[in-house]
Design a binder for this molecule. Structure first.
Ligand SMILES: O=C(O)CCC(=O)C(=O)O
Length: 270
C-alpha cells in the first residue's frame, strides 16, 4: 500500500457513501497471519478476563453476571496486549478514520472486543456509539470494527440503519437489553430499514458515531470475534467531569482537552 493510500485510503465515491449512509464496508485491513495471531490473543484475553479485569477499562457487567446469555464485551485490551496496542497506531486504521472524520489530527479514544462464541444467543442491541460517549464533545468520533472471523447473518454480523446518523441522539441501551429495544424510542419518520454487512475475516466496517447499528446471535458453529477501535478529533474536550472518562484514566476537568498518554494523537496531516 503506498503512503498516499495509507493516509487517504478511500475514493471520493467511498467517502460519499459513508457520508450518505453513515457507514462503509467491508474494507480489507488485516493480512491472514495477523488475523490468526489476533484470534489467539483475543481468545487469551477472553479466557483470562477475571485476572486481567483490573488493567482493563471495563468488562461488560451484564456479561460477567450472565455469560451464557450476554456477549463477551470489554474495553481497554490495548492496555494489556502489545499487538492491540500497535494496531491503535496503525496507519491502515488511523488513515481511514482521519479521512472519514475529515480531521487534520486524529486522537485515540478507546478499543473494544466483542466475542460471540459458537451458538451463543447474545446480541448487541441496536445503539448509537455516541449515546455512551456524551461526556466527550464535540461529537466527532468514528469506529472501525474489524472481524477476526468470517461473519454473515447466521453468525451475527453487524447491521446498520443507513442514514440514521442524521437522526440526532437516541437514548443509550444496556447490552443486556433485547436487540430491538431502541425501536421504542424512534420517532415518526425515522424509518428503521437495517442493512446487514457480511464481512470476511480481516476486513472491517467503519461507522459514524450516530449510526444506529447492532448484531444478532451467533447461530453458527464457529466463534465470531471482533475488535473495535474508536477514534475522535484531536480537539475533543471533557463535557462532564463528574468521574474519570474511563476507569484508571487520570481525572480531567470540565472543558479540558481529552489528552494524555491514554488518549494519544495517532495521526497528523502531512
Ligand atoms: O461487533 C458487534 O457486534 C458490535 C460492535 C459495535 O457495536 C461497535 O463496533 O460499535
Amino acid at each position: 500500500m503506498s503512503k498516499d493510500r495509507q493516509t487517504a485510503p478511500f475514493s471520493p465515491g467511498q467517502v460519499a457513501d459513508f457520508q450518505r449512509d453513515g457507514f462503509l464496508g467491508p474494507v480489507p485491513i488485516l493480512e491472514v497471519e495477523e488475523v490468526l495471531d489476533l484470534r489467539e490473543r483475543v481468545d487469551y484475553l477472553c479466557q483470562n478476563l477475571d485476572s486481567l479485569e483490573p488493567e482493563l477499562y471495563e468488562v461488560e457487567a451484564a456479561h460477567t453476571e450472565h455469560p451464557e446469555d450476554v456477549v463477551c464485551h470489554f474495553l481497554g485490551g490495548w492496555r494489556v496486549d502489545e499487538r492491540l496496542r500497535e494496531l491503535v497506531f496503525d496507519p491502515r486504521l488511523t488513515g481511514a478514520a482521519a479521512q472519514l472524520l475529515e480531521v487534520d489530527r486524529l486522537r485515540f479514544w478507546h478499543d473494544q472486543v466483542f466475542y460471540k462464541p459458537a451458538g451463543h444467543p447474545g446480541v448487541v442491541p441496536w445503539h448509537q456509539d455516541y449515546s455512551y460517549w456524551t461526556r466527550t464533545a464535540p461529537a466527532r468520533h468514528v469506529t472501525i470494527n474489524i472481524l477476526l472471523d468470517n461473519a454473515g447473518e447466521e453468525s451475527g454480523c453487524l447491521q446498520f440503519v443507513p442514514g440514521s446518523q442524521e437522526w440526532g441522539l437516541l437514548p443509550s441501551v444496556g447490552f443486556d437489553q433485547p436487540l430491538e429495544k431502541i425501536r421504542e424510542s424512534l420517532l415518526a419518520g425515522q424509518e428503521f430499514v437495517p442493512r446487514a454487512v457480511p464481512v470476511t475475516a480481516g476486513s472491517a466496517t467503519i461507522h459514524h458515531s450516530h449510526t444506529l447499528h447492532g448484531s444478532g446471535p451467533n447461530r453458527s458453529s464457529r466463534p465470531r470475534r471482533a475488535l473495535a477501535f474508536n477514534y475522535m478529533c484531536a480537539e475533543t474536550r471533557v463535557a462532564d467531569d463528574s468521574a474519570p472518562l474511563l476507569r484508571g484514566a487520570p481525572h480531567l476537568s470540565q472543558g479540558e482537552l481529552v489528552a494524555g498518554e491514554l488518549f494519544p494523537v495517532v495521526w497528523k496531516a502531512l
